[in-house]
Every structure is written in structure tokens, then in C-alpha cells.
Write a protein that binds this ligand. Structure first.
Ligand SMILES: C[S@@+](CC[C@H](N)C(=O)[O-])C[C@H]1O[C@@H](n2cnc3c(N)ncnc32)[C@H](O)[C@@H]1O
Length: 204
């Protein structure tokens, strides 16, 4: 079966509709400058809809290389519904210094050119803007089985990054401050929430 079919089948799983990783991440953010929000990897759109409710009235733009899984009619959006744009994280079609927050939940592991993605996110964030990346921690014992399953069914690009690699990528791209958060208990460190901030405006 081609990977696209598997992607659609995986999208039917309840966990693919969960917004918990978004919620946990937003609770750990530093103060944001004013401005719109970028969601990278729209999937079915539940995360973007959640952001449009949780961060209302900030406009939310969500990009994906494939918008076939979107379920716009099922989404509970905020007062300003998210806008979905067909684009790759490697070439963001937005002006420099646009966003207050960029979010990538369970997306970074399948992106090509991770250095380029970090540079694009850095470019499109405003001074003081924040990049929130929630994904599988490359140190976790489940990271390798996760990669194998993803390689077989979803994407040959999948790679679970360690916090050290993310920190190096963030520094290289120009980010000033970084932090890593984990949710104790449930998934025992399987997920990491990586936060990087672009210097400026808010005091550094
Ligand atoms: C596992 S889904 C995550 C969806 C959503 N963020 C969530 O947590 O529910 C990953 C998404 O990343 C998208 N994606 C893959 N490569 C991409 C790229 N280069 N640029 C933008 N999105 C990409 C896939 O099409 C897929 O919809």
C-alpha cells in the first residue's frame, strides 16, 4: 500500500485528533509578543483549531505539504478560524518577522532539511517570538521502534531528534534561549517539548 493510504489510516486513530501535546506546550511558553501564530504540519487541523481557540483572537495559519486529511467541517475553531496553506516548512511563504509563535507538534520528525526548517522558522518569527516543537525524544527507548514503523508505513525521512541536536540546530539558526520540558508519568519521557526564543523586543 502506498504511504499516503497508511497516513490516512493512521489519521483515523483517536491519538491523531488529540490536542494534549498542544495544550501542554502552550502552558510552558514564555510571554509572547503580539502577532499571529504559525502551525507547521496541519494534519487534520485539530491542532490549528485548538490554537485558534486557546490564543484567540490571534490569527492562526497552518501549513502542510498535503491538505487531504483536513476536516474543516469538524473543527471547533475559535472566533478567527485558522487559515490552511499548502506549503512546506522548508520554504515558508511568509515575510520575515511575521509570527509571534511557531508550533510544530509531531511534525518535525518527518521534515526534510531540519537545518533549513529551523532557519525558516527563525526568519519568519518576530523578535521575541517563540518556536514550540513537540515530538518524540530521540533518547527514549521507543524512539528506534517508532522510526522503524514510520519508515515502513509513513515516511523514509522520519528521525527522532535528541534535545541536544535540537538545541544545536536552534543555536545555529540564531535562537538565543532554549528549554526542554517533559511530561512526567504517562508516556515516561517519550515526548519532549522543545522551546526556543528569538532574541529581541522582550528584553534580551
Ligand atoms: C503526524 S502529522 C501532525 C499533525 C498535527 N500537528 C497534530 O499534531 O495533530 C504530521 C504532518 O506533517 C506534515 N508534513 C510532512 N512534511 C511536511 C513539510 N515539509 N512541511 C509541512 N508539513 C509537512 C504531514 O503531511 C502531516 O500532516
Amino acid at each position: 500500500m502506498p504511504p499516503r493510504i497508511w497516513r490516512r489510516l493512521f489519521a483515523r486513530l483517536p491519538m491523531a485528533r488529540s490536542t494534549r501535546a498542544y495544550e501542554f506546550g502552550l502552558e510552558r511558553l514564555p510571554t509572547l509578543p503580539p502577532g499571529p501564530v504559525l502551525d507547521i504540519g496541519a494534519g487534520q487541523g485539530y491542532g490549528a483549531a485548538y490554537l485558534s481557540r486557546a490564543l484567540a483572537p490571534r490569527p492562526v495559519v497552518s501549513v502542510d505539504i498535503e491538505l487531504g486529511c483536513l476536516k474543516p467541517a469538524r473543527l471547533e475553531a475559535g472566533p478567527v478560524p485558522p487559515r490552511f496553506v499548502l506549503a512546506s516548512a522548508t520554504h515558508l511563504p511568509f515575510a520575515t518577522d511575521t509570527f509571534a509563535l511557531a508550533v510544530a507538534v509531531m511534525t518535525f520528525h518527518c521534515l526534510p532539511q531540519p537545518e533549513r526548517v529551523f532557519r525558516e522558522v527563525f526568519r519568519t518569527l518576530r523578535p521575541g517570538g517563540v518556536f514550540l516543537l513537540a515530538d518524540v525524544d530521540g533518547h527514549h527507548w521507543m524512539a528506534r521502534p517508532f522510526e522503524v514503523v514510520e519508515h515502513l508505513f509513513i515516511s523514509p525521512l522520519t528521525r527522532a531528534y535528541t534535545p541536544e541536536t535540537l538545541t544545536a540546530l536552534a543555536r545555529e539558526a540564531g535562537f538565543a534561549a532554549t528549554a526542554v520540558h517533559r511530561r512526567p508519568g504517562k508516556e515516561r519521557g517519550f515526548m519532549q517539548w522543545f522551546v526556543a526564543r528569538k532574541a529581541g523586543a522582550l528584553g534580551d
